[in-house]
Design a protein around this ligand. Sequence first.
Ligand code: SAM
Length: 279
Amino acid sequence: MSAIDDLPPLRAVIAAHGLQARKALGQNFLLDLNLTAKIARVAGDLAGADVLEVGPGPGGLTRGLLSEGARRVVAVEKDARCLPALAEIAAAYPGRLSVLEGDALRVDVAAHLAPPVKVVANLPYNVGTELLVRWLTPEIWPPFWESLTLMFQREVAERIVAAPGGKAYGRLAVLAQWRCEARIAMRLPAEAFLPPPKVSSAVVHLRALPAPRFPADPEVLQRVVAAGFNQRRKMLRASLKGLAPDIEDRLRAAGLSPTDRAEQVPVEGFCALAREVAR
Ligand code: SAM
């Protein structure tokens, strides 16, 4: 029995089901159920919410979410080896855990979830960043989720919450902060995972704002931000010249200087520029 439920400790689950971590799937498992319950609490009150968990693995975080009272957890896992372990959790929490086998980048989860939805995940770095960008750039806002509670490499977490003026500030910061409140909620040492990754990690919490902070067309904003940061060392008049022949005038009309670099432009400035480019 573990500290948070009547199921076996995670080490025993991993041994019983032969779940040796696979590098190709970015598997670094959390073993401490008190820690996974703490991560679940970062997502706030779960009692009235459906939780989408991506990459449950042996189920440490899943058990944290359920023991913290999630109404329902819908979990998407690519590694079929994990399914028997997850089935044991589903049996211990009748009617509250559904597991979908598949690639989270392809599975359509919307049909399985009822609002309000909170997303919670400890994902491999590349999949996590790609999903984050998708979750941040839906066609309509507010999105299907109310909050995202996501584990990242610490350096990526810092890029999401970065303020203008430094190397960490870039596309992720602008996309995240335009329509969300973003903060680092926890930092975790590499030793919290089995096997320990090379770098430390952090849990980022993003809460969707009811409306964007500043008006802008999402597609145009993404183009402006991508162009600006693709050549982040260049002045905006050079990095953005492909967007409009009179980009210098448009930069000035947006209150920006053509000699600024993307790194110096706050979210509000990118939104003003997106409005000028769309004009
Ligand atoms: N949530 C578990 C934990 O915290 O111990 C496992 C975390 S481990 C870092 C990442 C998990 O994501 C693994 O179980 C892996 O099999 C799964 N995974 C990797 N790529 C995936 C994908 N594209 N779709 C769904 N799951 C994926």
